[in-house]
Design a protein around this ligand. Structure first.
Ligand code: ARG
Length: 469
C-alpha cells in the first residue's frame, strides 16, 4: 500500500524515495525556484560536465558513461537555447530540471551524474560561475564608461567651471578635472570588483551536501576544468556561506551610489538654472502636459535605481544573518536580489556609457558662472600671503573685499586697483593675473590639482591604466 502511494504520488521527484505522500500543490510552487534560477542553466551544465569528467578521470564512472552524459548535457544546452526546453515547477529548480531531462533522454546512465555531488555544492558552484562571468562583463562596462570620461576630460582640459563645496561656488576648476574625479571613483569600483572576483573564484564542488563524499574525487581536476583558482578548503563553509554574493552587492551598491551622485550633477547641470550641459533628445523624455519640458529621465532613473541595489545588499545581509551551518533553504533567496543587482548595474553602466559621449558641454555658461560667487577670493588671499601677510589676516582682508563686492555687485576682478588697495596697500597691479579664472586654475599646479598641466598628466596616466584592460 505504501509503495503504491509512493509510485503514484512521488515518482516524478528525484528525492521521492522516503516520501509517502506527494507535496502539497501550493508548497510545491512556494518552494520552487525554477522561475528565476533557470537563468543559471549554462553554468549548471558546465558544472555537470566538469563533474562527470572528473568522475571518469577518477574511475568512479566509465569513460563511455561520461561521454554519454556529456553528450546528453550538450543536447539539453542546445534545447534550452532553442527555447524548446519545458521547465517544470514540479522539478523545483534548475538542477533537478536538467538532471531529470538527462535521465529521460539518455536513460540509466543519467542517474550516475549525481554521484559524489549534492545540489548544495552544485548551486553554490553555479552561482560562483555565473557571478564570475557577470563581474567580467561589468568590468568591461566600467572600462567603457571610464574611457568615455577620460575622452571628455581630454577634450575639456581648458574648460573652466565653478567648482563647488556646499553647492556654493568655491573655486574655478577644469571641467576635465571634474570628469576625472568621476573616473577615479569608478576606478576604485573597478578595483573592488576585481578583488571580489578572487573570492568568488573558489570551487565548492566536492563539498557535496556538507561533509564531502566517500568517493575518491579529484577536486583540483574539476577546479582546473572550470577555471576556478582552487577548490574551497572547508566543505561546510563551501556550501553555506553567501558572503561572496554580499561582497559583490556591496561593491555594486557603491557603484550605484557613485552613479547616483553623478546623475544628480547631470540633472542639476541640465536645468535652466545651471545650463552647463545639454543632454541629447534621445536620452530625455517629454511631459504629457507641459509641452516645453525635456526631462533628464536617464540620470534620474539611475539615481533612483541606486536605492534598490542598496536594498538588495541589506536584504542579503539579513538573509545570511544568524543562519546556522551548513546549507539552509533560506539561501535560495539569494538569487533574485543578486540577479536584479547585476541587471540594474549592467543597465545603468550601459546607459551612462552611451550617454556621456553625447553630452554637450556649454563652455561659455560655465565660465560665466565661474566668474560669479567670488571664486578667486582664495587666490587673492594667497597673493597677500606671498606679499608677507599671515593667511588668517589675508583671509580677513579678502572677506572685507568680498563684502564690498556683494554690496556693489562687482566681482574681485572687476574692481579697480584703487578699490582693491582700500583693503590692503600691498596690492599692486600684478594682482589681476591671479584674479583671472585661468590664472587661478593654472596656479594649482601639483599632483592631483586642477591646473591643465596636471589634468593632462592625469589623463595620460588614466589612458595607460585603461589601455592595459
Ligand atoms: N534551489 C536550491 C537553492 O537555490 C538548490 C539547493 C537545494 N538544496 C537542498 N538541499 N534543498 O538553494
Amino acid at each position: 500500500m505504501v509503495s503504491d502511494m509512493t509510485d503514484k504520488n512521488t515518482s516524478s521527484k528525484l528525492w521521492g524515495g522516503r516520501f509517502t505522500e506527494s507535496t502539497d500543490a501550493f508548497v510545491e510552487a512556494f518552494t520552487a525556484s525554477i522561475d528565476f534560477d533557470q537563468r543559471l542553466y549554462r553554468y549548471d551544465i558546465a558544472g555537470s560536465i566538469a563533474h562527470a569528467s572528473m568522475l571518469a578521470h577518477a574511475g568512479i564512472i566509465t569513460t563511455d558513461e561520461c561521454s554519454t552524459i556529456v553528450a546528453g548535457l550538450g543536447d539539453i544546452l542546445a534545447e534550452i537555447e532553442r527555447g524548446d526546453f519545458t521547465w517544470s515547477v514540479e522539478l523545483e529548480d534548475i538542477h533537478m530540471n536538467i538532471e531529470a531531462r538527462l535521465i529521460e533522454s539518455i536513460g540509466e546512465t543519467g542517474k550516475k551524474l549525481h554521484t559524489g555531488r549534492s545540489r548544495n555544492d552544485q548551486v553554490a558552484t553555479d552561482l560562483r560561475l555565473y557571478l564570475r562571468d557577470e563581474i567580467d562583463g561589468l568590468c568591461m562596462a566600467l572600462t567603457r564608461l571610464q574611457t568615455a570620461l577620460v575622452d571628455i576630460a581630454a577634450r575639456e582640459i581648458d574648460t573652466i567651471m565653478p567648482g563647488f563645496t556646499h553647492l556654493q561656488v568655491a573655486m574655478p576648476v577644469s571641467f576635465g578635472h571634474h570628469m576625472l574625479a568621476w573616473e577615479a571613483m569608478l576606478e576604485r569600483d573597478h578595483q573592488r570588483l576585481l578583488d571580489c572576483r578572487k573570492r568568488v573564484n573558489v570551487m565548492p564542488l566536492g563539498a557535496a551536501a556538507l561533509a564531502g563524499t566517500s568517493f575518491p574525487i579529484d577536486r583540483a581536476y574539476t577546479a582546473r576544468l572550470l577555471d576556478f583558482d582552487s577548490p574551497a578548503g572547508n566543505s561546510l563553509d563551501a556550501v553555506s556561506d553567501r558572503d561572496f554574493v554580499i561582497e559583490f552587492c556591496a561593491a555594486a551598491a557603491l557603484i550605484m551610489m557613485h552613479l547616483s551622485r553623478f546623475s544628480e550633477e547631470l540633472v542639476l547641470w541640465s536645468s535652466a538654472q545651471f545650463d552647463f550641459i545639454e543632454l541629447p533628445d534621445r536620452f530625455c523624455t517629454g511631459s504629457s502636459i507641459m509641452p516645453q519640458k525635456k526631462n533628464p529621465d536617464v540620470p534620474e532613473l539611475v539615481r533612483g535605481k541606486s536605492g534598490r541595489v542598496t536594498g538588495h545588499l541589506v536584504s542579503l545581509l539579513m538573509l545570511m544573518k544568524s543562519q546556522p551551518l551548513a546549507y539552509n533553504k533560506d539561501n535560495q533567496e539569494d538569487k533574485e536580489p543578486l540577479f536584479d543587482t547585476v541587471d540594474t548595474l549592467h543597465g545603468s553602466l550601459r546607459v551612462f556609457g552611451d550617454m556621456m559621449p553625447t553630452v554637450t558641454v556649454k563652455r561659455a555658461t560655465m565660465a560665466t558662472a565661474a566668474t560669479q560667487g567670488f571664486s578667486t577670493a582664495t587666490d587673492l588671499a594667497d597673493y597677500l600671503v606671498r606679499k608677507g601677510i599671515a593667511f588668517r589676516d589675508a583671509h580677513e582682508i579678502v572677506g572685507r573685499a568680498v563684502r564690498h563686492g556683494v554690496e556693489t555687485g562687482k566681482d574681485l576682478a572687476a574692481m579697480t586697483l584703487e578699490e582693491l588697495q582700500d583693503f590692503s596697500e600691498l596690492i599692486s597691479d600684478d594682482v589681476f593675473t591671479v584674479l583671472t579664472l585661468e590664472g587661478s586654475m593654472a596656479a594649482r599646479n601639483h599632483l592631483g590639482g586642477t591646473a591643465p598641466a596636471q589634468v593632462n598628466d592625469a589623463i595620460t596616466a588614466a589612458r595607460e591604466r585603461l589601455g592595459k584592460r
